[in-house]
Design a protein around this ligand. Structure first.
Ligand code: NAD
Length: 241
């Protein structure tokens, strides 16, 4: 990763922050796109001796994402890698799910991937690059109460494979990671009963850690996966095989 520039969306906390920190340890400069305070993440990355730029950008906004990516090329000189990680949940049974619950989750989780990927592809056409999209086991298996989230995460998989096929000949690789239940603020809000049921279903008998996902993202961005594109790697403790 030495000398590379990697954008990680939603990297102020959670899985995105673990990805950004690991990539910085491996020698990449980091750009964070987030809508919450990113100063702790920036300090942690700079502490590893890498450049880190924070952009306050809502990645679900097409114009804002495109403008931010143009600015990154000016500020950092280039973009080698993109990790589309920003995501939210608004969990409800379908009968209670409002139109805005559906629209918001699709915009933040799926449209953001279109927004950022479309904008970086232009810059990667000459240089090549690597993109990793964070899907979810829910997008592969489905989950009650998560129809909007599952649809957004399944959509990411179709998008990943299509864009991988479109740009392989330009040396741009596009892959996805489908995490299972990872210990972050997103899963902290689940009640104890839901957590116990989840735990019982995981063959490795533990929740995943953000670093478990970060390790696979690093592999997919690195030269060690130079012949891998259009792939979806499960990181779920065996919950779904
Ligand atoms: P998190 O809530 O801890 O972090 C998500 C980050 O995305 C936050 O920093 C948030 O501010 C940012 N974000 C949200 N909306 C944004 C927007 N519009 N523009 C820019 N940034 C925005 O969640 P996490 O658990 O770290 O999840 C990271 C990714 O992994 C998500 O895409 C999530 O769906 C996926 N995932 C998580 C789990 C899990 O168990 N935690 C499992 C499967 C997939």
């Amino acid at each position: 990763m030495n000398g590379k520039v990697t954008i990680v969306t939603g990297a102020a906390q959670g899985i995105g922050r673990a990805i950004a920190e690991l990539l910085a340890e491996k020698g990449s400069d980091i750009v964070i796109f987030d809508i919450i305070d990113g100063s702790e993440a920036v300090a942690a990355i700079e502490g590893k001796g890498r450049r880190c730029a924070f952009y306050n950008v809502d990645v679900s906004d097409f114009q804002a994402a495109a403008a931010a990516i143009d600015q990154v090329t000016k500020d950092m000189g280039k973009i080698d890698n993109l990790v589309n990680n920003a995501g939210i949940t608004i969990d409800k049974l379908l009968v209670r799910m409002k139109e805005e619950d559906w629209d918001r989750v699709i915009r933040v989780n799926l449209k953001s991937v279109f927004n950022c990927t479309k904008a970086v592809i232009r810059h990667m056409l000459k240089t090549g690059g690597s993109i990793v999209n964070i899907s979810s086991v829910t997008g592969v298996m489905g989950n009650p109460g998560q129809a909007n989230y599952a649809a957004s995460k399944a959509g990411i998989i179709g998008f990943t494979k299509s864009v991988a096929k479109e740009y392989a000949e330009r040396s741009i690789r596009v892959n996805a990671v489908a995490p299972g239940f990872i210990r972050t603020k997103m899963t902290d809000i689940l009640d104890e009963k839901a957590k116990e049921a989840m735990f019982a279903a995981i063959p490795l008998k533990r929740l995943g850690e953000p670093e478990d996902v970060a390790n696979v993202v690093y592999f997919l961005l690195s030269k060690y996966s130079s012949y891998v594109t259009g792939e979806v790697i499960n990181v779920n403790g065996g919950l779904h095989m």
